[in-house]
Write a protein that binds this ligand. Structure first.
Ligand SMILES: [Zn+2]
Length: 290
């Protein structure tokens, strides 16, 4: 037996949705370890010593990029002492390079202004088409690292692509119940999802990505929601419900906690279940909001 077959590529990922995509392509030829958990705010992850161990072991590190992890990852990469996964090394894989990126600012935005999306929206994995593009990028990367396993990775990718196409058919069907409907979201987590499934995001509880709600902004938002008859507020599981609940009381809207990541809820164990879960909740919310 080829010795390399006995030991899979050790893949470190910053987030569980990337673990799910890597697993789809890598199958049993890789060992994936996720650093952050799906129920955590991906912008603000508390670094732990165990993260360094994971990075030290990795042959490949897959990151979301677009500065999503800038608040916690760079010091860990430099401290881990693993040359394979340093920025710019062959084992550093920035998934954003393969995805369609929305909301790229046309004027310079810096984190000094508090905006945590200065290079465009980093929540791009919520469009299944982007999931497919990232999976293709992972297939090419794994193939370059393990050429002997090229046909295995190609077959895994083809299977993922086919299952995603099949799943899209019933997602599209279910999404009819909310297509064109107006929503407000807490954070700007959903533009790619909204574009793909036809949801109309008309406002945000945060004044800017990463800036907590302010009374002035909340008053404006309530007026807009009444004017536009917005009946659903989407909140990511890691945000405080106080402001969304207050807005809901004023507007008669319903607060819906919707998770943007694999691992955000116990039952969301893979990339398909993420869409199954969110689309089903949205469908129910709009059926009730009628
Ligand atoms: Zn964000």
């Amino acid at each position: 037996m080829d010795i390399r077959r006995a030991v899979g590529v050790k893949v470190g990922v910053t987030a569980e949705k990337l673990a799910a995509l890597a697993q789809e392509v890598g199958g049993d030829r890789i060992e994936v370890e996720s650093i952050a958990r799906g129920y955590q705010d991906p912008h603000y992850v508390e670094a732990k010593p165990s993260f360094l161990l994971k990075l030290r072991r990795a042959d490949l590190l897959i990151v979301v990029g677009l500065q999503l992890e800038i608040g916690w990852l760079p010091p860990l990469i430099s401290q881990c002492g693993n040359p394979k996964i340093q920025v710019g090394a062959p084992g550093y894989f920035d998934a954003s390079q393969f995805a369609e990126i929305l909301e790229i600012p046309t004027t310079a935005v810096t984190r000094a202004q508090g905006d945590v999306h200065p290079l465009g929206n980093p929540h791009y994995w919520l469009d299944p088409e982007n999931g497919l593009r990232i999976a293709k990028g992972i297939e090419e990367k794994l193939t370059s690292m393990r050429p002997d396993d090229a046909s295995y990775f190609a077959q895994r990718y083809a299977s993922f692509s086919q299952r995603l196409k099949d799943a899209e058919k019933h997602w599209e069907e279910e999404a009819k119940s909310f297509r064109g409907k107006k929503v407000v979201t807490y954070h700007r987590s959903w533009p790619n999802f909204a574009k793909h499934f036809g949801l109309d995001v008309v406002g945000y509880v945060e004044p800017r990505p990463g800036i907590p709600p302010s009374p002035a902004h909340t008053v404006e938002l309530i007026q807009m929601m009444k004017r536009e008859n917005v009946k659903v507020i989407l909140v990511e599981p890691y945000f405080d419900l106080k402001t969304p609940n207050a807005i809901a009381r004023e507007t008669g809207a319903k607060v819906l906690v919707l998770t943007p990541s694999v691992g955000g809820e116990k039952e969301i164990t893979d990339y398909f279940k993420l869409f199954d879960y969110d689309i089903s909740l949205l469908g129910k919310a709009f059926t009730l909001a009628k």
